[in-house]
Design a protein around this ligand. Sequence first.
Ligand SMILES: C[S@@+](CC[C@H](N)C(=O)[O-])C[C@H]1O[C@@H](n2cnc3c(N)ncnc32)[C@H](O)[C@@H]1O
Length: 245
Amino acid sequence: MDDRTRQAWAAASEKYEHEAAQHLEMARSYRLEPIEEEVLTAEVQRAAVVHPMSGHGLDDLALARLGAASVLGLDYSPAAVRSAQARADALDLPCRYQEVELPGTGLPDAGADVVYTGKGALIWVADLASFLAEMRRILRPGGAFFVYEAHPLVPLWTWEPGEARVRADRSYFAPGHVNDTFPARGAYEHQRTLAQMVTDTLEAGFAVEHLQEHPEPFWKPEGETAGAWDGRLPNAFSMLARRLP
Ligand SMILES: C[S@@+](CC[C@H](N)C(=O)[O-])C[C@H]1O[C@@H](n2cnc3c(N)ncnc32)[C@H](O)[C@@H]1O
C-alpha cells in the first residue's frame, strides 16, 4: 500500500516542475504560518535544520530567511528534489535537497539542531516509532522536533459548504484510508489519534514543550469552502518536542 503512495507522489510532484516559474515568484516572499514563526524563530537562529518530506520546498526558503544556517530537505520524489534545489539555487539560499526514502535518512548522529516537518508529511509514515527514533538519532541532545500538521480529525470532515459534516466512511480510530482528493489521490494515508502521536513522541525520548490545536487548515484547495473551516473545529496542530539527552 505504501507503493501506491510513492506512485501518487511521483505523479503529483511533477506539477512542481510545471509550476517552477510560479513557485519561484511565490518563494521570493514565502513565509511560514504565524504560529510556526512564533514557535520556531528562536530555535532556528544559525541552526542546521533537516526537513523530512520537504515536498515543494517553499518552507525551506522561509526557514533560511527566518535565520537557519542551512536547511536539508529529504524527499523520495526526484521531481520534488530537483525543482526545490533549482529554486534554492536561483535565490541563492542555503538549502540542499537529497533523494531519500524515509524513515532512514543516512545522516550522521546528532548533527541537526532542528527537525521541521508536517503539512501533509506524517500521514505517509507507516511506522511512526521508527520515524521518531530516526529523528531523535539525527538531532543533537536538546534539539527541537517541530511538526505543523493536519489535525487527525481532518479525514473525517467533508468539504461541503454550510454546516460541518462528518464523512460516513471514516473513523477517527481507523488505521488509515485511501486519499480520494487532490493532490495525492490513491495514496494510502496512515491515521493516528492526537493522543497516539503525543504518546509515541514521548516514548521516543522527547519532552513535549508546545502542543496546540488550530481551527484553520494549513491548506485549502482552491474553490472549496468547507463548513468544517468555520472556526469551530480543529483542522491543524503544532507540536515542538525537545530531544532528551
Ligand atoms: C505534502 S508533501 C510534504 C509537505 C511539504 N511541506 C509541502 O508542502 O510540499 C509530502 C511529501 O512527502 C514525500 N514522501 C512521502 N512519503 C515519503 C517517504 N517514505 N520518504 C520520502 N519522502 C516521502 C512525497 O514525495 C511528498 O513530496
